[in-house]
Design a protein around this ligand. Structure first.
Ligand code: 5GP
Length: 120
């Protein structure tokens, strides 16, 4: 687990409805909303409501059940918004493209042939 933070993360503020987002799923501990800069026809961010863990490695070590819940929400989002097949991406570390240090999965689906998270 990471040390506690002084300020809420961006995704905690989205979970608290302080920042608007297009929500597509919600459970007790997880939210899913459309990415503001989509890289695929379906591009949804799935994240815990709490920003306790910075990345997927911390989450897997600290709360594997919550990681499993993220994957289950990702699957249901892909089933609802596409054909159930999807790419699940956890950018881990700034050099790998992570910009929000509150663990989250990108669910990418539909027409993925040209999709990339590298931003080129
Ligand atoms: P990362 O780069 O950390 O893997 O992913 C962060 C993602 O959050 C990016 O794909 C970015 O487009 C998305 N994002 C950043 N700010 C916002 C926002 O205010 N609203 C939404 N819906 N997505 C955001």
């Amino acid at each position: 687990m990471t040390e506690s933070r002084a300020e809420p993360t961006l995704f905690e503020r989205i979970a608290a409805r302080e920042i608007p987002a297009s929500f597509v799923a919600e459970t007790d501990r997880v939210i899913a909303f459309r990415d503001i800069a989509p890289k695929a026809p379906v591009h949804v961010v799935v994240t815990p409501k709490a920003g306790t863990y910075r990345d997927v490695v911390e989450l897997a070590e600290g709360d594997p059940g919550l990681l499993a819940e993220l994957v289950a929400v990702a699957r249901s989002v892909a089933e609802e918004l596409s054909d159930g097949q999807f790419r699940l991406v956890f950018n881990t570390g700034a050099a790998a493209g992570q910009t929000v240090f509150h663990v989250h999965a990108h669910v990418l689906a539909g027409g993925l042939e040209e999709a990339t998270l590298a931003g080129e």
